[in-house]
Design a protein around this ligand. Sequence first.
Ligand code: UDX
Length: 427
Amino acid sequence: MSRIAIVGTGYVGLTTGAYLAHLGHDVICADVVDTKVVQLSRGELPIFEAGLPELVREGLDCGRLSFVLGATNAVDDAEFVFLCVQTPQGEDGSADLRYIREAAAEIGPLLQAECIVINKSTVPVGSTRVVEQSLERDDVFVVSNPEFLREGSAVHDCLNPDRIVIGSDDQAAAMRVAALFESLKAPLVITDPASAETIKYASNAFLATKISYVNALANVCEAVGADVREVVLGMGYDKRIGFEFLKPGPGWGGSCFPKDTRAMVHIADEAGYDFTLLRGVISVNDEQHERMVSKVERMVGGSVQDKTVAAWGLTFKARTDDLRDSPALEVIRRLRERGAIVRAYDPATMNGEHPSLEGIDVSVDPYPICEGADVLVVLTEWDEFRWLDFAKVAGLMKTPRIVDTRNLLESAAIRRRGFLYDGVGRA
Ligand code: UDX
């Protein structure tokens, strides 16, 4: 078993630390925020992620997982150091490497000889070299090992990865990293650093492309009287296409797709290639937010000015409390800009204290926000919405009308309750 340090306890760092401890390694996680370190040391998590509190608790209890303030307190004894710091989007769409550079420069002098520094943060092609330069050490290795976990199923994804990608110029270093994950029995792709770094962007951009494709297709389905769900069913049995990531909705969001697709366009630009396909994917996504707003406008008879809109769902998808780049918030922002009064409910953001919720009346209960509402908009695919009492909702609303941007509800049953119903890509 190996001694591992994790620098950065965001989504990726915390999950990686917890599951590596679960696999039997000794893991020290470092962060720069002292309150977070104190909380994590008590087993209290700053994020909502199914299964992660249990994994952290297990690591703390068996002594294989600990949290410290500052990377310098974590790395001196480590055989492996995972860099999991944030790479925010810069002004021009490129990824900002400041935090990676700072972390590498800070730990460089402290590392043991033969230590392997592993880039887990999503970093532009060539960043392995950037880390090497910032470390200023010629006796340690830098390896790329992108992370593919999804929020909401992060623990499952880490313990059951579709593949493990390792990018290194040094075969022995790559094999040492591969050995950390041996018990997962996942397919290994060992490649050069530039290819490993590109795999991460290419995967996220491709998934975003699939979703934009189905969103565009949904628009065609509405126009020709087809049902996009039937169309996807018919397509998905073709193994070359598959069923995954073909659910139409209000557009893709979250902490990765918007940032990574733009970064991919930027990387291509820098390399002298105009990635028009991906620019189209991004435009379709922007248009999709607007199409959802138009659906609400049509449903209330034209303008949303002074109309009361009840919104179910605020997070960028279900099973997370993450509001970053949430399509739900973007649709709400546009509705409010046009004079709508929006009240919202989300199972994961009940206290409504997040800065991006400012001006939105957030309730802890899905029903009261429907009282006197002109329209109900379903924006996130929380399963619990399907099981709410729609007879009660219809009774509370001024006019029972639903715009279901996730195709979550059974339209026939909803219409039987007296609602006017509109989904996405369905006649
Ligand atoms: C994504 C990648 O899936 C993951 O591999 C990577 O490591 C990080 O980015 P995540 O951001 O957690 O994960 O969310 P994901 O489940 O991929 O969904 C992204 C967005 O696409 C969400 O807004 C979601 O609602 C939307 N989506 C997804 C659809 O609209 N339709 C789909 O069929 C799938």
